[in-house]
Design a protein around this ligand. Structure first.
Ligand SMILES: Nc1nc2c(c(=O)[nH]1)N[C@H]1C(S)=C(S)[C@@H](COP(=O)(O)O)O[C@H]1N2
Ligand SMILES: [Mo]
Length: 329
């Protein structure tokens, strides 16, 4: 266990964090400028993020949400021999590209309108249905599961989600035998979700993700409506997001408005941008390097309130092989 860094996250320059956005912007610039022979002179984009104590208070306000009063703690997903990541740290180190490409999108994500949220379940199912978020929470008993979380950028956390297994939704809507895949769509409104500098050009919005039906039916596949005992903060993808703990974080679409059962493998946001870097399957795999991040180890963001991390070896399927390996044999 090697502690390689100890600093307040408030003081960390965004340039120290390898972000998908920096890469993506840079690549666009390189593409644009390549013809002019200027590519070599472009330095990586950087941005500074110094946060004051008023920002701390603002952060706390975004996390201070109603507690979820009735849920059971599922003992099968309770003990990971790793500490749960500090709540404030998890709530200020996010990816939510609709609101910008920095890790500090918790500020801009507050623009997400979550009132009267509905989720449409449609496509190849016997019982298509549009759920109000409150109906969903009532219909499916809620439980807490502590899961490892692994981003393809090679950082990881341990997070206590509250929600229900995707299996339960499958049983309620009954997909037809023709349904082989599921497509999940995140909220998108270009008037609201304008991440600064990230909406240049044509990106394949809305954010969508997909699973095979068998993956969705796996015991681990989860819909979260809460975290740390309370409702989901907007930056974590309120009011409903996916959690697929054996896959990289980008498979877990946030703020879901539509769930669609389909016959063919659906296009996804990242897979459309770069299928080589973001394959559809995206299982956590230490022996399959990403073009930009060796996946052999990860930065486990463990403690709080400052940002610090331990380097840990990455486990196949993020440690969940006993549940999911048979899906891929
Ligand atoms: N709609 C949407 N969902 C998303 C993303 C996003 O940009 N937009 N980012 C993904 C990525 S790359 C990660 S690592 C996780 C981050 O979840 P967290 O911020 O709650 O830790 O959300 C995933 N879901
Ligand atoms: Mo990610």
């Amino acid at each position: 266990m090697v502690l390689i860094r100890q600093a307040q996250i408030w003081d960390i320059a965004e340039s120290k964090v390898t972000s998908e956005k920096n890469y993506w912007n840079r690549r666009r610039f390189l593409k644009t400028l390549a013809g002019a022979g200027m590519a070599a002179s472009i330095a990586p984009l950087t941005a500074c993020s110094n946060r004051s104590s008023s920002a701390k208070t603002a952060l706390e306000a975004t996390l201070n949400l109603p507690e979820i009063d009735s849920f059971r703690k599922n003992p099968a997903f309770a003990n990971l021999q790793r500490p749960i990541t500090d709540r404030k740290l998890a709530g200020q180190y996010n990816n939510f590209y609709e609101f910008g490409g920095t890790k500090t999108i918790w500020i801009d994500a507050q623009k997400l309108p979550t009132e009267n949220w509905q989720v449409e379940v449609t496509g190849l199912v016997k019982n298509p249905r549009t759920y109000d978020i409150d109906q969903l929470k009532k219909e499916f008993p809620l439980e807490q599961r502590i899961y490892r979380f692994r981003c393809v950028e090679a950082w990881s956390m341990v997070l206590p989600w509250i929600g229900f297994p995707m299996q339960k939704l499958l049983a309620a809507v009954e997909p037809s035998p023709k349904a082989k895949f599921v497509r999940f769509t995140s909220f998108y409104d270009p008037e609201i979700t304008k991440g600064p500098g990230f909406h240049i050009g044509s990106l394949p919005w809305p954010y969508t993700e997909g699973l095979r039906i068998e993956e969705m039916a796996n015991e681990l596949a989860f819909f979260a409506v809460g975290i740390y005992g309370s409702e989901l903060p907007k930056q974590h993808g309120a009011p409903l997001r996916m959690v697929i703990p054996w896959k990289y974080g980008f498979k877990g679409a946030k703020s879901i408005v539509k769930i669609e059962f389909v016959e063919e493998q659906p296009a996804t946001y990242w897979n459309t941008i770069d299928s080589r870097e973001y394959d559809f399957e995206a299982n956590v795999n230490p022996s399959k390097p990403h073009p930009r991040w060796s996946q052999a180890t990860e930065k486990f963001i463990s403690t709080g309130p400052g940002l610090s991390w331990d380097i840990k070896e990455t486990l196949p399927y993020n440690g969940y092989g006993e549940y999911v390996a048979s899906l891929y044999s």
